[in-house]
Design a protein around this ligand. Structure first.
Ligand SMILES: [Ca+2]
Length: 348
């Protein structure tokens, strides 16, 4: 029995996936049931039973016939997924998956919203002459912080450090260095079994100037920095066009929502943001704008927000003292080719 989650957290909507060898799983968010989902029982071509949902997956355009055109065909002409999914509006707290057989719980897995990264916890697995020591960044309650990218430094006594890694495929860090950035909140040190390992976490560098970020950028030319370069002609944008491949058709479908954020080196009082949105064949003014401030642990919506979405708009709110704001924007035409969002300038 194995149960796990994949959580794509985009602050507002989480996609929870449960992988299970049990047919039925119930998902609960802060104690509220989000419903049960079940696999169907299917048979492989060599006669063995396995679990799969029955639904179009849209992952193979070369399939033009049968009951699920456009989807990879599983044995005996069906299609489906090997995991169960729920789309969950984001709220901080606890997400629990309960696997059930005949209505009785047989396994559960829990994901909790992490707070501020404050310490490193080590776990080790001995394999023959080697120890694989995993360093995990956690919050004060011990909850893993999957977004942590702190630099970790390993100190080894009673043996030599043999190597470090973090699972990031495009990392250019040296595998023999004692210092490694966390990826997904984790890094790994390999040492001779019996060696003692400690790990220290460097505080993330405070930005020395105003910085900006975004949940997603559609291309290398449309980066968040374009929002604060003083040039209205350059913009951050979530517009993308995925070229067609052998299996998948070209895709250019606007996200339902994205966010941008802005941070300063020191907290300051703010009471308004000014935004200029891109309006052209691909971009439209957003359907909604929501401003949140960082309270030291999480983003919370500002109070008294006023101002309607427009090509150039000023959003005001009750004054707050903060070092970070986030602006959530939703598309007026989600899924369409002309519902993308672009911000030329963001002024606070
Ligand atoms: Ca600009």
């Amino acid at each position: 029995m194995a149960l796990d989650f994949v959580l794509t957290r985009r602050q507002m909507v989480a996609l929870a996936a449960a992988y299970s060898t049990v047919q039925t799983v119930e998902l609960l968010l802060n104690g509220r049931s989000l419903g049960e989902r079940s696999f169907d029982r299917k048979i492989t071509t060599d006669g063995r039973e396995y679990l799969e949902t029955t639904e179009p997956t849209g992952d193979d355009k070369t399939v033009t016939g049968g009951p699920f055109p456009g989807s990879y065909t599983s044995p005996h002409g069906s299609a489906g997924k090997l995991h169960l999914t729920w789309e969950v509006p984001f709220e901080p707290g606890e997400l629990v998956a309960v696997a059930k057989r005949g209505g009785a719980e047989v396994a559960r897995d829990v994901l909790r919203t992490a707070g501020e990264a404050t310490e490193v916890r080590l776990s080790r697995e001995d394999v023959g002459a080697l120890s694989f020591v995993t360093a995990g960044v956690v919050d004060p309650a011990g909850v893993p912080v999957p977004s942590a990218e702190h630099e970790l430094t390993f100190t080894v006594t009673g043996g030599d450090l043999l190597g470090t890694d973090n699972g990031k495929q495009d990392s250019a860090e040296n595998y023999r260095s004692a210092t490694r950035k966390a990826f997904g909140g984790k890094a790994l040190a390999i040492v001779p079994s019996g060696a003692d390992v400690r790990a220290a976490m460097a505080a993330p560098a405070r930005p020395s100037q105003t910085t900006v970020d975004a949940s997603y950028s559609g291309s290398a030319e449309a980066v968040p920095a374009n929002m604060i370069d003083g040039d209205p002609a350059t913009a951050w944008s979530n517009h993308y066009v995925k070229e067609a491949t052998g299996l998948l058709p070209a895709i250019s479908a606007a996200h339902a929502r994205d966010w941008v954020s802005i941070s300063w080196p020191e907290p300051r009082a703010v009471e308004a943001v000014e935004l200029t949105f891109s309006v052209d064949a691909a971009h439209a003014v957003p359907a909604s704008i929501e401003v949140s401030r960082w309270d030291g642990t999480r983003f919370v919506p500002v109070r008294g927000q006023q101002g309607d979405p427009a090509a150039t708009t000023r959003i005001t709110f009750e004054p707050v003292t903060t070092d970070r704001l986030r602006i959530d924007v939703t598309s007026a035409q989600p899924g369409a080719e002309n519902g993308f969002l672009g911000i030329g300038e963001l002024r606070v």
